[in-house]
Design a protein around this ligand. Structure first.
Ligand SMILES: [Cu+2]
Length: 285
């Protein structure tokens, strides 16, 4: 009791000293995710309300921001949630909430994910984007992943799965596939000739996704996998499982050009083309 009181006093002091500590609510939710062909799979997501939605799962912070993450677990199992680069780790039991302070001291793109039954709970969707920036102009965000629908059911039922035999059949950007993804303003790259457009990508899946951009070249600004690729100018880039990368491009002409996974199976949904990881960019004068 004395320790709890002491911690509360410390928390109160830290809130007062910093002047402003925002409480940000994050819910661990479960539900049925509607796929592009109208089938559904069990999935999980981080959301800002208790309503389940498998989308980009983007949480934006500014550099230096002090935050109390209030994480509420509406799932039937407990989860350990980590943001590895910040040393953040919290266990939230089923039906419980925890408040954990964190200061977003460095800029960049980070992954918040469940380490529970790793990688199975992350695979179901508990892998979100944390972006720490000073401005978000001309920024776009892709949380990419793939599902093998039978695996979603198996994980949900507590059955064993083996990713060595993985044959995914759905391929998602922010939870959606072509053509539904075109309505996602976080994902749909729109800009003007000469703009600096930044695409932040997290591969939340268990497969490599080699992204091919038509019409323009981009520069690799950051990669969590290797610094060797930083500064490269490419039109195709393989984003490995778990990789966070930031790509930048300055379009030199107007037009509408595709971006798609170069692995063509990933442009399908349960074998139907082109209902996978495929979207167009729209650049105007
Ligand atoms: Cu192509």
């Amino acid at each position: 009791m004395r320790i709890v009181f002491f911690n509360l006093v410390l928390l109160f002091i830290s809130v007062c000293v910093s002047g402003q500590t925002d409480t940000v609510s994050i819910f661990i939710n479960t539900g049925q995710h509607l796929l592009v062909d109208s089938s559904t799979v069990p999935a999980k997501a981080f959301n800002s309300t208790s309503e389940f939605k498998l989308d980009g799962q983007l949480f934006r912070f500014t550099k230096g921001q002090d935050v109390i993450l209030q994480i509420t677990n509406t799932d039937t199992i407990g989860h350990t949630i980590e943001i590895s680069e910040y040393g953040f780790s919290a266990f939230i039991d089923s039906g419980k909430s925890v408040n954990t302070p964190i200061t977003f001291s460095s800029k960049g793109l980070f992954q918040m994910y469940s380490t529970t039954e790793y990688p199975n709970q992350k695979y179901l969707g508990l892998s979100g984007l944390i972006t720490v920036e000073s401005n978000w102009d001309n920024s776009f965000y892709w949380n990419i992943k793939e599902f093998q629908s039978s695996y979603n059911l198996a994980v949900q039922n507590g059955d064993t799965i083996d990713f060595a035999n993985y044959k995914p059949n759905y391929f998602l950007i922010n939870g959606k596939s072509n053509p539904d993804i075109a309505t996602d303003t976080l994902a749909k790259i729109r800009g003007k000739v000469g703009d600096t457009l930044t695409l932040h990508i997290l591969n939340s899946g268990n497969s490599v996704h080699s992204l091919h951009f038509h019409g323009y070249h981009f520069k690799i600004i950051a990669s969590s996998r290797t610094s060797d690729v930083v500064g490269w100018i490419k039109d195709t880039y393989p984003v490995y499982a778990g990789e966070r990368t930031i790509l930048q491009m300055v379009p030199d002409k107007a037009g509408e050009y595709p971006v798609h996974d170069h692995n063509l199976v990933a442009t399908t949904a349960n074998n139907y083309y082109p209902n996978g990881m495929f979207i167009t960019m729209i650049i105007t004068e």
